[in-house]
Ligand binder design. Structure first.
Ligand code: BTN
Length: 241
């Protein structure tokens, strides 16, 4: 039985779980039609038209999964990608560390946050999927696209939500059983072979992306040297993926 808390409006589903994780169960999903302070990666704002998109977060307290936190966010992206493929969306890719793209356009963003005291108490995976919004008035870093924009029809958010929650729970279980998602994930590696401008340790560098590694770090070639980057160490500034 999937546990879900739904809000018509909330500040942020991630923030709600951060405030309340200690009284909530593992794998509790929190969804909302609208967020007044939706958050993205690198302290960006996550905009979404009210009721048009799927905005939710899931709470992870299981120690095995917390220990595999680097798998969790990219496997979540893979789970979402698979559900979107089931709707007939083609040209899907994962832009490391965990965005889901259709061609050069972003359809889904994931924000992984942790709450720590002496150790990590819980992880919160926040997911925003562009579903029925077709006009994106804000200045986005990368061009967004929605399911409706691609499929030219309204999508039932309730049905999609159920499918995604089930797929995510199934994938979390497969991570716990130590299943290796790497071969499938690397076949959707959007940055592989691309030259991108990246900020590495505070410096702007032009790098060639060798690809996602089996430990889900990203290998890049910078000044003829191969280096492996963790998601906290790199940000891409180019408009291109
Ligand atoms: C990104 O690509 O920058 C990550 C975006 C994550 C947005 C989702 S929407 C639901 C959850 N609540 C938030 O405040 N953010 C995440």
């Amino acid at each position: 039985m999937i546990k879900e808390i739904y809000f018509k409006t909330i500040d942020s589903t991630n923030a709600y779980l951060k405030r309340n994780y200690d009284r909530l169960d593992d794998f509790c999903f929190v969804s909302a039609d609208e967020q007044s302070s939706g958050r993205g990666r690198q302290k960006r704002i996550w905009y979404s038209e009210s009721g048009k998109n799927l905005l939710f977060s899931v709470l992870i307290k299981d120690k095995d999964l917390i220990d595999h936190f680097e798998n969790l966010s990219i496997v979540s992206a893979y789970a979402i990608l698979k559900v979107l493929e089931g709707y007939g969306i083609r040209d899907l890719g994962i832009k490391w560390p965990n965005d889901v793209y259709v061609g050069q356009k972003k359809i889904c963003g994931i924000l992984l946050e942790s709450v720590s005291s002496a150790q990590i108490d819980c992880l919160i995976i926040g997911i925003g999927i562009n579903v029925n919004q077709t006009v994106f008035p804000e200045a986005y870093l990368t061009e967004p696209v929605s399911m409706k924009g691609l499929l030219k029809k309204d999508i039932s958010i309730q049905k999609l939500k159920k499918e995604l929650f089930e797929e995510l729970i199934a994938c979390f279980e497969r991570i716990r059983r130590k299943e290796d998602f790497y071969p499938r994930i690397s076949s959707y590696d959007l940055l592989k072979g691309k030259t991108v401008t990246a900020e590495i340790d505070g410096r702007q560098e032009e790098v060639i992306v060798a690809g996602i590694c089996p430990d889900y770090s990203l290998q890049v070639v910078c000044h003829n040297e191969k280096i492996c980057l963790r998601s906290g160490e790199i940000s891409f500034h180019s408009k291109e993926v």
